[in-house]
Design a protein around this ligand. Structure first.
Ligand code: PDD
Length: 291
């Protein structure tokens, strides 16, 4: 069955899908994207993804190409036409096609929208994912990673560095020696407060330095229900190395426990009890949406 893509109002075979060479996404990375996970045929936390996409468009002053209702319908059609049971839908919106000039086009152009779908392998039981190895590297991105921009060169280079080191992901370190997030995921540790002995789940706060991940949002909401103590503040590489457990979250891979960082084992090197509790609650959160 051929893959089908949506390009500016048309459903076309993936290998014939085209945008113009003066699309501002192609020339300036002048656009944004989002990735919505599909589990057992169901879109997970869909509205949170569209909220983020709309916010990104507003931040960049790109007009919304279609209404949210239409976008949701197009995304569903793509999932259906590509028969995606487990996978993702990718949505990209750029400022459109215009003669190359850094400033916004003076005559209005329609934003360009592409939607594609992809199958992904997912474990049958979302609460039992494989562990991953992580390396660290400098956060060389622009100052607004909270906008899900298609300008991903530093992320690409960081991910490649991980692959070349035999690891799965790079966690990024800012100038203060703190972890912001991963090249394509939010980064978390589990530690014990030295004074109270309380278990703390820690991740960088949602300011302009990180992407406010949707899986992250779901975990924060679950923490409230389960009365887990979450601290939203940066942790250092030293904190990471001393952590009892670590994990990352993203729509492509959901929650993945971390076995090692820069070759050093984190905690016991197995999925720890706190991460397992988060995994169980998150699997329940996903399964509750599946019809
Ligand atoms: N990446 N941080 C970065 C830099 C990301 O690229 C992503 C997601 C996340 C997690 O966000 P969410 O939970 O909404 O997926 C955090 C996607 C999956 C990608 O670029 O393919």
């Amino acid at each position: 069955m051929p893959r089908i893509a949506y390009v500016n109002g048309r459903y076309v075979p993936h290998n014939h899908a085209q945008v113009g060479i003066e699309d501002r996404g192609y020339q300036f990375a002048d656009g944004i994207y989002d990735v919505v996970p599909i589990v057992k045929g169901t879109f997970i936390d869909e509205d949170w993804h569209w909220d983020r996409l709309e916010r990104g468009l507003e931040e960049l002053r790109i007009s919304q190409p279609v209404s949210r209702k239409a976008l949701s319908m197009i995304a569903r059609r793509i999932a259906k036409k590509n028969m995606i049971h487990n996978g993702i839908v990718y949505v990209q919106v750029t400022r459109g096609e215009a003669p190359r000039n850094h400033k916004f086009p003076t005559t209005p152009v329609a934003p360009a929208m592409v939607v594609t779908g992809r199958h992904l392998q997912m474990p049958d039981d979302l609460s039992q994912p494989d562990m991953i190895d992580v390396i660290t590297g400098p956060d060389e991105r622009w100052a607004r990673p909270d906008i899900k921009s298609i300008s991903l060169l530093p992320n690409v280079l960081a991910k490649q560095a991980a692959a070349e080191a035999g690891a799965y992901e790079s966690w990024l370190i800012n100038d203060q020696g703190e972890i912001t997030e991963g090249s394509s995921a939010n980064a978390w540790i589990v530690r014990r407060d030295p004074d109270s002995g309380r278990v703390i789940i820690q991740t960088h706060q949602t300011d302009q330095a990180i992407l406010k991940g949707i899986v992250r949002t779901a975990i924060v909401a679950l923490a409230e229900q389960h009365q887990w103590a979450i601290e939203e503040k940066p942790f250092s590489v030293k904190d990471l190395m001393a952590a009892d457990e670590a994990f990352q979250s993203s729509s492509g891979n959901m929650i993945r426990p971390v076995r090692s960082v820069d070759g050093r084992t984190i905690g016991s090197g197995e999925t720890g009890p706190v991460v397992q509790e988060i995994l169980n609650a998150f699997a329940h959160h996903v399964n509750a949406q599946i019809d």
